[in-house]
Design a binder for this molecule. Structure first.
Ligand SMILES: [Zn+2]
Length: 172
């Protein structure tokens, strides 16, 4: 079921999400399924969207759903946390479902180590680099009430999706 995406300004996006005690509980699986449906719908509507965090559908629990080839397509990460960060940083054009029309530059760690549980309750430790690294940093920060816009590197980089496509996406 597609859920409504919560937009910036809603306090749920600024709240601390709670730990999920039983990753295999029925309501957790149901939420994961709905988040995947909502992500796919957003992709269909906009041509963008690689991940979604539970607070973005109004549920402040520690779960993200991402669509990345490195993780075999759509994957659910329960209680994800970053346990290692490379000192090397890189610049990324970031955007978010919750204030979708804006693109801006942020700095992210080149590589991170992430621990999480899957929906069967199996624990995983992964090393993420590049695209996957910056995406996971963005999504996991949502669980602590942080938004990418908080860490904009240069406010003068702000552009709308239309301008981003015209000026940035074309060049890269
Ligand atoms: Zn976001």
């Amino acid at each position: 079921m597609i859920r409504q995406i919560v937009e910036a300004g809603d306090p749920v996006l600024r709240s601390m999400s709670s730990h999920i005690d039983d990753p295999s509980a029925m309501e957790v699986r149901e939420l994961a399924r709905d988040m995947a449906d909502t992500l796919k719908d957003f992709q269909k509507r906009t041509g963008y969207g690689r991940g979604i965090a539970a607070p973005q559908v109004g549920v402040p629990v520690r779960m993200i759903v991402v669509d990345m080839p490195e993780l075999g397509g759509i994957a659910t990460l329960v209680n994800p946390h970053i346990t290692g960060r490379s000192p090397e940083m890189f610049d990324v054009w970031d955007a978010c479902f919750s204030y979708f029309y804006l693109f801006f530059l942020v700095e992210r760690h080149q590589r991170i180590t992430v621990e999480y549980d899957d929906l069967q309750g199996t624990h995983h430790v992964i090393e993420a680099a590049g695209d996957l690294s910056e995406l996971l940093q963005h999504e996991i920060e949502h669980l602590d009430g942080e938004l990418a816009i908080d860490k904009v590197k240069d406010p003068r980089s702000f552009c709308t999706v239309q301008e981003f496509e015209k000026r940035v996406r074309k060049q890269s």
